[in-house]
Ligand binder design. Structure first.
Ligand code: C2O
Ligand code: CU
Ligand code: CU
Length: 481
């Protein structure tokens, strides 16, 4: 839905360009020791203590800066465009106080990717925290919970895009991803949360109805435009990428470097997966090992992407700059042996379903299997203990993103063709065309284990392009004992 407003575009291009220059101001020629300062910052963190993570997220209309842009009266948590990352361990309990300081819309909190209960005051997206209300969440992580990067965001149907677009989304880390690899115990741990923002001429974020998924916007990493990260030649670092914006796809490339993906969506792979390019649809996370290359300056970019004839065109953008300099770090080998992950293709399936993603010819009125979202309807009933196979089909002219709450799945096929098994995920791109280019014929095939008793209850699955979720491309599911 691309309608570009020229003046805003120009302002954005200008500020992005200035920022690009600013990030390098005061630096010397490439490769000279100490010539570059690291400007990259991890988000602030709240760390659990003695098994409990206590946090308050208070929403208020605040003036804040996103890189060089000033936003007037945007809705964010605790006055921050990049709110604290919540860091905890398996078995911990999250005690989160949500304060809704918005005057005109309800909200709530979803802990995206966590394998936790959807009931009561847990990860329950059917709760409505009304304007002026405060709500206390208690979310208990099982002791066996996977480690990695997750995130939190509001799940207020009809307002999800607006609230996340304002800046209401943050990271959540369950510690332990590198535990099987003692040689990596002390490597740098970097969180790169990707969001985009555009402000109108009057300094405000557009209202829900005026948001446009195709509008040019400033891409940021932890709210910074093109920050500089430093590394020594040969040094290994962990980079946790999270796409925590409302609508936008990323296709990540780090010049001169292979990214060794170790986990997807907070699920450790069964092997290291070397990537030159990482497609990161809205809500996906990719955790990678990066080894510092020869001394020099490299860019982290997102490539231009078309999301289809009914979708949007996103331009290539530099997200960050990597400077490799200094004496080479002691060489640490990449991990070679990984804990096994059960391959769900070897297990019997209890039933199959077809989940059809649909929209009208104008790219509006989003639906799943002919129905728009209704929280009072139960669309899918599953028996606890069952392994199911779902074929998710894309009957439209643009990309969609399949996401299901409370659990993870294995992708077995894309467009009917088997894919290699490397682990689980909670979010997956659904192509709009088959391998012969027939639009409206794309699909992914998933094995979904409804086996963990913690998931019993009612929750949702949906497209994670939040414009589409708000537009009705969401369904309810109930897992019954
Ligand atoms: Cu990020 Cu319904 O979730
Ligand atoms: Cu979710
Ligand atoms: Cu969609």
């Amino acid at each position: 839905m691309a309608s570009l407003v020229a003046s805003r575009l120009a302002v954005l291009a200008l500020s992005a360009g200035l920022l690009g220059v600013g990030a390098h101001a005061g630096t010397n020629s490439c490769g000279s020791a100490g010539g570059y300062d690291e400007t990259f910052r991890n988000p602030p963190e709240i760390v659990s203590q003695n098994g409990v993570l206590n946090a308050t997220l208070a929403i208020e209309a605040t003036d804040f800066d996103v890189a060089s842009m000033s936003v007037k009266g945007g809705y964010v948590y605790n006055g921050l465009y990049t709110p604290p990352t919540l860091r905890m361990k398996p078995g911990d309990v999250i005690k989160l106080k949500l304060v809704n300081g918005m005057s005109d819309q309800f909200t709530n909190i979803h802990t995206h990717g966590l394998n936790v209960s959807p009931l009561g005051n847990g990860d329950n997206v059917f709760l409505h925290v009304m304007p002026g209300e405060t709500f206390d969440y208690t979310i208990a992580l099982p002791k066996t919970h996977p480690a990695g990067l997750f995130w939190y965001h509001p799940h207020a149907h009809g307002f999800s895009q607006f609230q996340v677009y304002n800046g209401m989304s943050g990271g959540l880390i369950v510690d332990g991803l590198l535990d099987p690899f003692p040689q990596l115990a002390n490597i740098a741990d970097r969180t790169l949360l990707l969001k985009d923002s555009y402000v109108q001429d009057d300094g405000t974020i557009p209202a829900e109805d005026d948001l446009d998924t195709g509008h040019a916007s400033l891409r940021t990493v932890n709210g910074q435009a093109n920050p500089t990260l430093k590394i020594r030649p040969d040094e290994l670092q962990l980079w946790r990428f999270g796409n925590i914006g409302a609508n936008r796809y990323y296709e990540l490339v780090l010049n001169g470097h292979t990214m060794y993906e170790i986990a997807r969506d907070g699920n450790r792979h069964n092997q290291l997966v070397p990537m030159q390019q990482i497609l990161l649809p809205p809500a996906s996370r990719s955790e990678v090992l990066v080894r510092g290359g020869a001394p020099g300056v490299y860019t982290l970019r997102t490539l231009s992407i078309s999301t289809g004839p009914l979708g949007d065109q996103y331009d290539e953008t530099t997200l960050a700059t990597l400077v490799s300099e200094g004496s080479p770090a002691p060489f640490v080998a990449l991990p070679a042996s990984f804990p096994a992950v059960p391959d769900l293709r070897t297990k019997p399936i209890a039933r199959t379903r077809v989940i059809r993603f649909q929209e009208d010819d104008q790219g509006g009125n989003f639906a799943i299997n002919g129905k728009q979202f209704d929280m009072n309807r139960v669309d899918t009933v599953v028996q606890l203990g069952d392994l199911e196979e779902w074929e998710v089909t894309n009957e439209t002219g643009e990309l969609h993103v399949f996401h299901i709450h409370q659990l993870d799945f294995q992708v077995t096929k894309v467009n009917g063709k088997e894919v290699a098994f490397t682990g689980y995920q909670d979010n997956v791109n659904v192509p709009y065309a088959d391998d012969d280019g027939n639009v409206g014929k794309g699909s992914v095939t998933l094995r979904i284990p409804f086996t963990d008793p913690v998931i019993v209850g009612k929750f949702v699955y949906h497209c994670h392009i939040l414009e589409h979720e708000d537009g009705g491309m969401m369904a309810t599911i109930e897992v019954q004992e």
